[in-house]
Design a protein. Structure first.
Ligand code: SME
Length: 162
């Protein structure tokens, strides 16, 4: 097991390529979903600039329940269809929100959040949770972030028993 000592640098594409390699390294030989989620939320939070929250919600009895994360304490339960997280899960699609104040029903866990991206986590056709990343600046996430984060989410899904 190796741990990165420094933040990856370069273009977004290069940074996400580096992060994918690091995630694969962290997941190698480990199939525990919570442990892998904890490491992935930390990897994202400590490697990318301008973030204030990065973490998982897991679907339990039709409710999204807070999982491993980095950042300030957050709301524990989110109903399907509610907030950005519940909407991404219900629609089964990634949501990129440039301005959270303009998203109807946005749940403000951290008042610092200005923009947000939420990836649904789908395993064998079933929603198992979401990966949520928040930023304290407007329109933080572009198409390259979406592609890179969706790839990291897929690596977690493939590597973990859930
Ligand atoms: N903003 C999210 C809630 C989760 S926190 O951002 C960590 C939402 O609207 O679903």
């Amino acid at each position: 097991m190796t741990f990165a000592a420094e933040k990856p640098t370069g273009t977004k594409r290069e940074i996400f390529h580096d992060l994918a390699l690091q995630a694969e390294g962290l997941f190698r030989g480990e199939r525990d979903a919570v442990a892998n989620a904890a490491n992935l939320s930390s990897l994202i939070f400590t490697s990318l600039d301008d973030l204030n929250w990065s973490g998982f919600y897991f679907l339990k009895n039709d409710v999204l329940v807070l999982g491993p994360f980095q950042g300030r304490p957050a709301c524990v339960r989110i109903q399907m269809g509610k907030g950005v997280c519940g909407t991404a899960a219900a629609r089964r699609e990634t949501l990129v929100v440039e301005d959270v104040e303009k998203f109807p029903g946005h749940i403000a866990c951290d008042v610092a959040s200005r923009s947000e991206i939420v990836m649904p986590l789908i395993k064998n056709g079933k929603i198992v949770g979401v990966l949520d990343v928040d930023a304290p600046i407007h329109a933080r996430f572009d198409a390259e972030d979406r592609k890179g984060l969706e790839h990291l989410a897929k690596l977690w899904l493939d590597a973990s028993d859930i």
